[in-house]
Design a protein around this ligand. Structure first.
Ligand SMILES: [Zn+2]
Length: 259
């Protein structure tokens, strides 16, 4: 096996494990529960999950998605979050290689996954992730391979400022809130990690996918479109991920269109 493939597989495995920890955070953070104690339990019967039944993705497949004790189905989202984090980690290493920026970018991708699923479940984006995340993003901008410190700072302030303005305008015009301050703080974190250069692609992709999904949901449910039925955080996260992987290509394509 080539050394490059081994490194990618290693990144994938680390991602699976971090995804597993992410599942714990997604479940416990919004409930205000301790994230280290006690160990994982079956939500249905409360039986403590043994370490060998807690291996990311594999245990789910071996147990065929059911608790070993009570046989109740376990949500596919647990292995889903693990696999998604694994793929993102392998993708980041594939795209950016190994360097000083690898760990910060992996942590950023991991935070986006956790935020996405907490927002889907509870329609909140915990400050306890986005605020320290912003500080870490600004701090790691001094590392080679990351956006320069000034770009990160501008990205953070302009990103959050822009979203705050949209939020304000949306409320004034529609008399309804589409986004929340959680989204504004998430945008500060995204801008800090990716720099202001990431804002156009992130905003474009997230508003396109978000509004299409929102309208789709509203039409399907027969509800008025103006009451935004889906949280916006996951779309911001999606836009940021698209920029991480394809931002340069999208920009080149766009500039090519202009010339
Ligand atoms: Zn059980």
């Amino acid at each position: 096996m080539s050394i490059q493939l081994q490194i990618l597989l290693f990144a994938f495995a680390i991602g699976l494990a971090m995804g597993s920890f992410g599942n714990v955070l997604i479940y416990r953070l919004p409930l205000g529960k301790s994230i280290v104690f006690p160990g994982s339990r079956c939500p249905a019967c409360g039986t403590a999950i043994r370490w060998y039944d807690n291996v990311p993705v594999l245990s789910y497949l071996i147990l065929r998605g059911r608790c070993r004790s009570c046989g109740e189905p376990i949500s596919w989202r647990y292995p889903g979050v693990e696999a998604l984090t694994g793929l993102l980690f392998a993708g980041v290493v594939y795209r950016y290689g190994i360097g000083p920026m690898t760990v910060p970018l992996l942590l950023f991708a991991w935070a986006l996954v956790v935020i996405t699923f907490i927002d889907l479940d509870h329609r909140i984006i915990p400050d306890v992730i986005s605020l320290p995340g912003t500080v870490v993003g600004l701090a790691v901008s001094f590392l080679p391979g990351m956006p320069r410190p000034m770009d990160a700072f501008i990205g953070s302030v302009v990103g959050a400022g822009f979203l705050f303005f949209v939020l304000y305008a949306y409320e004034k015009i529609m008399g309804d809130e589409g986004m929340g301050m959680g989204d504004v703080k998430l945008m500060a974190m995204i801008g800090a990690f990716l720099g202001w250069q990431a804002l156009p692609v992130t905003v474009l992709i997230s508003s396109l996918t978000g509004s299409l999904t929102g309208v789709g949901f509203a039409v399907a449910k027969g509800e008025p479109v103006r009451k935004f039925p889906v949280p916006f955080g996951p779309f911001l996260a999606f836009g940021a991920v698209i920029h991480m992987f394809f931002g340069v290509e999208i920009l080149l394509w766009y500039l090519g269109k202009l010339s």
